[in-house]
Design a protein around this ligand. Structure first.
Ligand code: PLP
Length: 398
């Protein structure tokens, strides 16, 4: 890691960062405040609260506006990202769409980097135009294309970092500088693939960081959630929107995410190592046409990844020599890797984007977003590195 790389969250921070000093009943672990509403001792206490003068900063009024368990999760992710504030949502998409809708209004323009979660693209290109918000989609990590795309009414730039499924890493520092130099433009980065253990985008100048907590943060493939971290004045706006949109995270789900996040740094260490080992084993394999992993020198984002990421993350994509059927055969022959959408949990998952994530697209549309029918996306879990490597290499054999 270069000296310019941002500080990343370690295991001590993952276990303790953002946790409250005292808990009810002297409990060591977090409880679940399973309540929809909160009581007031008398009308004077209610009026004090409504005026914003309640001495308890964590006093809540109603479940859609706040919950102590959800608040602990927000505080923990805020600490890991080095953010002033953080707000939780019912899913990653709820976090992304709420952030976008809160920051933009009719007449605004948004720039989106191409390689991204397809529902984010669908929201920007299919739904925002209905509200009079225009967009330009630019090639991933291409900052010259971003420069060209910026318009007087551009208010938001959105990128994943790294992207899914090609693992492009845009230079976040330059992305933020170019966007901010243009004027009133904010930068929203979906850091789901990186996690604060591999990079902390806010330290590089990004305005807001979004996570699908469904993935690495919770880490157990058993819960959905989303989080947005950033400066208080922006996160506060999002919290207000959440109270209106109703896209709240259930306290039980928040508790599962907190539990998962305590082991985040340990899991990411293993997943970084396993994915790199898989990528190296696949590169140069006679049955593999191309491998995408940011910590391989052959990846277009290698230099940026070395500078801004502590590890390449747990996802490796590769194109199987032959075509769609040959790739399906490899996917089918894996034993440890299960065929499933999502990533970031304990179990290794595998998918063929052309027949899963992008099933509804025609061959031409697939070509336009550079999805080869023989592309396979492997998202490693925490199984032993040698076992995962062997599983994929064996699946590629005759
Ligand atoms: C990078 C990325 N961001 C956001 C999302 C959406 O998250 P969720 O499924 O929690 O709504 C996904 C889902 O796969 C994703 O891959």
């Amino acid at each position: 890691m270069s000296s310019k790389a941002p500080r990343s969250a370690n295991s001590t921070a993952a276990v303790h960062g953002g946790a409250p000093e005292k808990r009810p009943h002297h409990a060591l672990s977090h409880g679940i405040a399973q309540t929809a509403t909160y009581t007031f001792e008398d009308t004077a206490a209610l009026e004090r609260y409504m005026r914003g003068e309640d001495p308890d900063p964590h006093r809540e009024e109603y479940g859609r506006y706040g919950n102590p368990t959800v608040h602990e999760l927000e505080s923990r992710l805020g600490a890991l990202e080095g953010a002033e504030d953080c707000v939780a949502f019912s899913s990653g998409m709820a976090a992304t769409t709420s952030a976008i809708l809160t920051l933009l209004k009719t007449g605004d323009h948004v720039v989106l980097f191409r390689d991204c979660y397809r529902r984010t693209r669908q929201f920007v290109t299919g739904i925002l135009p209905r509200f009079g918000i225009e967009h330009t989609v630019v090639p991933s990590a291409d900052l010259e294309a971003l420069q060209r795309a910026l318009k007087p009414n551009t208010r938001l730039v959105i990128s994943e970092a790294p992207t899914n499924p090609f693992l492009y890493c845009v230079d976040l520092e330059k992305l933020a500088r170019i966007s901010h130099d243009h004027g009133r433009v904010r930068v929203l980065v979906d850091s789901t693939l990186a996690t604060p253990c591999n990079t902390r985008p806010l330290e590089l100048g990004v305005d807001l960081v979004v996570h699908s907590a469904t993935k690495y943060l919770s880490g157990h493939n058993d819960v959905l959630g989303g989080l947005v971290a950033g400066p208080s004045h922006l996160v506060g706006l999002l919290r207000d929107s959440r109270g209106v949109f109703g896209s709240v995270l259930d306290p039980h789900a928040a508790s599962l995410i907190i539990r998962g996040m305590k082991s985040l740094a340990l899991r990411i260490e293993r997943q970084n190592a396993t994915a790199l080992a898989v990528a190296k084993a696949l590169e140069g394999h006679p049955r593999v046409k191309r491998v995408f992993y940011p910590m391989l020198e052959s990846h277009p984002s290698y230099a940026v990844a070395r500078e801004q990421l502590r590890g390449g993350g747990g996802m490796v994509s590769f194109i199987v020599d032959g075509g769609r059927e040959q790739a399906s055969r490899v996917v089918d022959r894996c034993n440890i890797a299960s065929i499933a959408a999502s990533f970031g949990g304990l179990e290794t998952l595998i998918e063929q984007p052309a027949i899963m994530s992008f099933f509804e697209l025609t061959d031409e549309q697939l070509k336009a977003i550079e999805i080869d029918p023989a592309l396979v996306r492997l998202s490693v879990g925490i199984e032993d590195t040698d076992d995962v490597v062997r599983d994929v290499v064996d699946a590629l054999s005759d």
